[in-house]
Design a protein around this ligand. Structure first.
Ligand SMILES: C[S@@+](CC[C@H](N)C(=O)[O-])C[C@H]1O[C@@H](n2cnc3c(N)ncnc32)[C@H](O)[C@@H]1O
Length: 245
């Protein structure tokens, strides 16, 4: 699975920006029989930060095609989105223009049609910037943030502990960290020697609790359409942490 492929681009553009009618089009699924929020995952993980007052800076690591960054811009005056995939970062930048942008929706694995997707209203797109980069090896001058968000990134990293070890430097004292993970660890991304030995939450606590207080753990559902008869329905264990002062 590579996040540079045309197929993953189409899946993620629909996942992040697709309307309910597009995501469920011609399928046997209906929104009222799905877990609440499953069609709005990048919105729900930002809401799980529970941040109503405005803050100065937010960072979204593994931002993919960028929807959570635009959601973060509702509360943060500066948002940086970083993803390893150049194709995803280019798509996020294209969405930032505010113009409808093309992708495909699949009826069967080999049959697709053109649609366009658009930014939802109310995002402050001028506050957002996107960069291609590695969450395990961020540039040294990136600074610190009031909010750090990383959804469904952890179990796609080669060395997740290296990523975790940088977080206390990235989050300002009193700032918030949101980590969401379905814990779908796979050898193609994370070699055995870098896997957690016990539960993923225990692993996070082991590496974060010296610098962060755990506030809340929830499960956030998400639905990714492959084609009209094939969807990925999962939940992501979502933990909210506050950096100790
Ligand atoms: C499963 S997707 C999740 C994307 C998005 N946050 C979401 O919730 O839809 C994982 C993302 O992490 C990115 N990624 C993988 N390894 C990365 C790394 N080392 N640094 C930054 N991004 C990475 C991939 O390119 C992909 O966009």
């Amino acid at each position: 699975m590579t996040y540079e492929s045309d197929l993953l681009y189409d899946w993620y553009m629909l996942f992040h920006y697709g309307l309910e009618d597009d995501i469920l089009r011609d399928s046997a699924f209906s929104a009222d029989r799905l877990p609440v929020g499953a069609l709005e995952f990048p919105v729900a993980t930002v809401k799980a930060l529970r941040q109503d007052e405005k803050v100065a800076r937010a960072l979204d690591l593994g931002c993919a095609v960028g929807r959570s960054c635009f959601e973060l811009s509702r509360t943060a005056d500066e948002v940086i989105g970083i993803d390893y995939s150049l194709k995803f970062v280019e798509a996020a930048k294209a969405m930032q223009t505010g113009e409808p942008y093309p992708c495909h929706i699949y009826s069967e694995a080999h049959l697709r049609e053109n649609i366009t997707v658009a930014l939802p209203p109310g995002c402050r797109r001028e506050c957002v910037s996107f960069e291609q980069g590695d969450a395990m090896n961020l540039r040294s001058d990136i600074g610190s943030f009031d909010l750090v968000h990383a959804a469904n990134l952890l179990c796609r990293l080669h060395e997740p502990t290296r990523f975790l070890s940088r977080l206390s430097e990235l989050v300002k004292p009193g700032g918030k960290l949101l980590l969401a993970t379905p814990a779908t660890w796979m050898a193609e991304f994370t070699p055995q020697c870098h896997l957690p030995t016990g539960s993923t939450l225990d692993y996070l606590q082991e590496h974060l609790s010296a610098e962060f207080d755990l506030q809340e753990v929830t499960e956030i559902p998400f639905l990714i359409r492959e084609h009209r008869r094939k969807f990925q329905l999962s939940t992501s264990q979502t933990s909210l942490w506050i950096r100790k002062k």
